[in-house]
Write a protein that binds this ligand. Structure first.
Ligand SMILES: Cc1cc2nc3c(=O)[nH]c(=O)nc-3n(C[C@H](O)[C@H](O)[C@H](O)COP(=O)(O)OP(=O)(O)OC[C@H]3O[C@@H](n4cnc5c(N)ncnc54)[C@H](O)[C@@H]3O)c2cc1C
Length: 404
């Protein structure tokens, strides 16, 4: 049987794979995209029901297609985002095969041997676009049989969880939004808050995507030193609101420091809550300062917004923080782990990783000829894993592939 041969094989049919396909097609470069499930599958089945994009429709999109049905300032619901990527695939006539999983990639003469659920393909170039958030990361703290536990990627809605209080661990974009949703559904909620940034969703008439753009933050090439474990708490939910943990507490949420060890029904809680809340405040206020300085330097005629600087007093749960949580005494029925993701490249059997198992690359170009990565956090800049950032990175990779 003849083996199928492809110039460039793109693995993954999410936004990264489609951006790559668009840029290769624009250069007349032949390629194939393999997607194990459906286009933009993670937006369909690995996100909660009420999720809307964190960025507004004018920003969270590719330059080749807008959202004609949405006002620019609206935050698109997750199903609309998945539909959007199907429309992109149609518009660019992406050569995509859905329902085909790549199970192994090994080196081969003049390229790569790619084993799939539907046979073997030989590819000169391989672009790995399998996502920045591949495998749920749950700290092995609480034994499975103790209580219902779900990762944020498996959380759908409040009704999925048994009656009772809920502990949400992690207060980045996912954890803070899920905790808020559970609180609004009438649950007693405990939220474990780690170090975080919390940009104002809007300030002086512009949204945070605009501000991060003009202030050069999307273009940052590396994380600020010491900020490797700092999450970003933003939310497009309810029309877009600045994440404010004091406001959550004022509605009855109990904030906690970081979750530690578990023993005999009790979770230890670190004493870092106040530090983490104050760190988030500092970041928030520093962003306002930077925005004001930019507006002044550019002579922009923007309405002043002094009320944005008013910060409520520390809530009691921060002043007198719990240092342990007895699951039974707190009436906990479930834990939602919004603790992030890890990568899984076990199927990529190539010498393409550093000592920590991370892909070795420069702006997505691996040290192995013909191997590329796309869509990873900080691949080229802070914008890299996000919808509009991956478009730029894909363009760069297409230039590299064309040059070779
Ligand atoms: C909760 C949440 C909210 C987010 N909200 C926003 C937002 O509002 N705005 C924004 O810009 N970004 C957002 N992001 C970040 C980012 O846009 C998404 O994570 C996006 O899904 C990443 O796209 P991707 O194409 O790089 O990867 P993915 O969407 O993960 O796509 C990878 C694809 O590869 C397929 N695949 C994986 N392995 C294989 C294999 N071996 N063979 C074949 N196919 C395979 C998967 O099925 C998947 O469809 C959010 C992320 C999360 C987790």
């Amino acid at each position: 049987m003849m083996q199928e041969q492809i110039d460039t094989l793109i693995i993954g049919g999410g936004q990264a794979g489609l951006a790559m396909s668009a840029h290769l097609s624009a250069r007349g470069l032949s390629h194939l995209v393999l997607e194990r499930h459906r286009i933009a599958e993670r937006w369909r089945s690995e996100r909660w029901d009420s999720l809307v994009a964190n960025g507004p429709a004018w920003h969270d999109r590719f330059p080749i297609l807008d959202f004609p049905d949405l006002e620019p300032h609206v935050f698109a619901p997750k199903e609309r985002i998945a539909d959007y990527f199907e429309q992109v695939a149609e518009q660019i006539k992406a050569p995509i095969r859905c329902g085909v999983a790549v199970t192994q990639v090994t080196p081969d003469a003049d390229g790569y041997r790619v084993k799939t659920s539907q046979g073997v393909i030989k590819a000169r170039n391989v672009v790995v676009a399998t996502g920045p958030f591949q495998k749920p990361l749950i700290p092995a703290a609480v034994p499975d049989e103790t209580i219902m536990q779900v990762h944020s990627s498996g959380y759908k809605n409040p009704a999925q969880l048994p009656e009772g209080a809920v502990l949400v661990v992690g207060a980045g974009a996912s954890g803070s939004q899920i905790a808020d949703e559970l609180l609004r559904a009438g649950r007693k909620v405990y939220l474990s808050v780690g170090p975080h940034d919390r940009p104002p969703i809007r300030y002086r008439g512009k949204d945070f995507c605009w501000w991060l753009g003009v202030l050069g933050h999307w273009d940052a090439k590396t994380r600020r030193p010491g900020m490797e474990h700092v999450t970003i708490a933003v939310s497009g939910a309810h029309g877009g609101r600045t994440v404010d943990f004091r406001e959550f507490a004022s509605r009855g949420m109990t904030l906690l420091g970081r979750v530690g060890d578990y023993q005999n029904g009790v979770l230890n809680i670190a004493g870092d809550l106040r530090t983490n809340i104050e760190g988030g405040d500092r970041h928030y206020l520093a962003t306002l300062d930077e925005a004001d300085a930019y507006a002044a330097a550019q002579g922009l005629d923007m309405p002043a917004e002094p009320e944005a600087r008013v910060i409520a007093p520390m809530p009691d749960c921060v002043i007198h923080p719990l240092r342990e949580l007895n699951l039974a005494a707190a009436g906990l029925a479930a834990i939602v782990w919004a603790t992030g993701f890890q990568s899984d490249y076990s199927w990529l059997q190539l010498d393409a990783f550093d000592a920590k198992g991370r892909p070795s690359h420069r702006r997505g170009v691996s040290e192995l000829a013909g191997l590329y990565f796309l869509g990873l956090p900080w691949l080229a800049s802070r914008a890299s894993p996000f919808i509009w950032g991956v478009w730029r990175d894909a363009e760069y990779l297409a230039e590299q592939i064309a040059a070779n």
